[in-house]
Design a protein around this ligand. Structure first.
Ligand code: TXA
Ligand code: MG
Length: 318
């Protein structure tokens, strides 16, 4: 691995390079937002289609004005309450924001991360940084420097900020239309947003996926994942093992694990599950099992972000 200090990372970025940097959610693949060649490199390294827009990470809410044409009152209120933190706002873009970042759309996604290393890197660069999750397109997001190394080897220098505190990607709210929309659930749940906005959020609109995370196949390990009710997990594992399958289980500690299963047990505590989810999927993936049976967790309320990622990890077509 090539861990680099923030100062060195800022120099690499200033020269048009790409570095992976920690945020409180997941590690990002950073490049200076105003540098088209560097942004192109990010797409190439990730293997991400150009139509999938990137989030711009800025140091504070004032810096949003450099990318957004207007900052509506709703955005100001959410920023006051949740920034720095795991919330991304989609706003109408300024005309001079590169189409590369926005995937050709008339909106731009911005967020102020709370990780101190991310903030000092952005400040050292004096400009917004694009930061898609530092994983190959469609794969599980990295929550430690080792995960990033596993994705890109020595090809991408990493700023080591330790394991990510939140563990799943930011909540995305689209404020560019008449009505606020939830585009991607996260650790900040819909109710907390609605309380600040004083209105109900609309769901994602139909049509082409503007959020790659909204492709059914996103966030998937190589091993097939199946969601199963906790009460039937052990039985299903035994059934499959009797057929000669090698089985891994991901559950929240209320499950009796049949002998011979690879297993990752988490305490049934929402924040801990989020924090460890991607690391657990990566670890179980390395067991080269025929299937990962994952406990079906609640699909609404404060668990919505976790459920969303697990469901996408299950999608077959990649
Ligand atoms: O927590 C996070 O958001 C992490 C960390 C590194 O900040 N970043 C992240 O980036 O998850 P990425 O590229 O993996 O996911 C960004 C999401 C994508 O689903 C993208 O489509 C959506 O944000 N997005 C970006 N710009 C958008 C826009 N203008 N309209 C709608 N969605 C947008
Ligand atoms: Mg991603």
């Amino acid at each position: 691995m090539r861990p680099v200090p923030v100062g060195v990372a800022a120099e690499i970025l200033a020269r048009g390079g790409v570095v992976a940097f920690p945020t409180e959610t997941v590690y990002g693949l950073g490049a200076i937002a105003a540098d088209d060649a560097a942004v192109r490199r990010v797409f190439a390294i990730k293997g991400r289609p150009a139509s999938h827009p990137l989030i711009v990470h800025v140091a504070d809410a004032d810096a949003v004005a450099r990318f957004a044409a207007a900052v509506p009152e709703a955005a100001r209120r959410l920023a006051d309450r949740f920034w720095p933190g795991p919330l991304t706002l989609v706003l109408r873009r300024r005309a001079d924001v590169s189409m590369l970042i926005t995937g050709g759309q008339d909106t731009v996604a911005v967020r102020v991360p709370s990780h101190p290393v991310a903030l000092s890197l952005i400040k050292a660069c004096g400009d917004g940084l694009v930061g898609p999750s530092a994983n190959r397109f469609g794969c599980v997001s990295p929550t430690t420097p080792d995960h990033v190394f596993h994705e890109f080897g020595d090809g991408v220098p990493v700023v080591d900020g330790g394991p990510c505190r939140v563990g799943i990607e930011s909540t995305i709210i689209d404020l560019s239309g008449a009505r606020a929309r939830l585009l991607r659930p996260g650790i900040i749940d819909a109710r907390a947003i609605e309380e600040i906005l004083g209105e109900e959020l609309a769901g994602p609109a139909g049509g082409a996926p503007r959020v790659p995370g909204s492709l059914a196949s996103h966030y998937a390990p190589h091993t097939p994942v199946r969601l199963w009710p906790a009460a039937e997990l052990a039985l299903e594992a035994q059934r499959r093992m009797a057929r000669g399958e090698k089985v891994a289980i991901l559950a929240t500690g209320r499950v009796v694990v049949p002998p011979g299963c690879l297993c990752y047990l988490l305490p049934r505590e929402r924040d801990t599950v989020a924090q460890q989810l991607y690391g657990a999927l990566r670890l179980l993936d390395e067991g080269h099992c025929d299937v990962i049976l994952a406990e079906a967790l609640p699909d609404a309320g404060e668990w919505a972000g976790i459920h969303d990622r697990l469901r996408r990890a299950c999608a077959e077509a990649r």
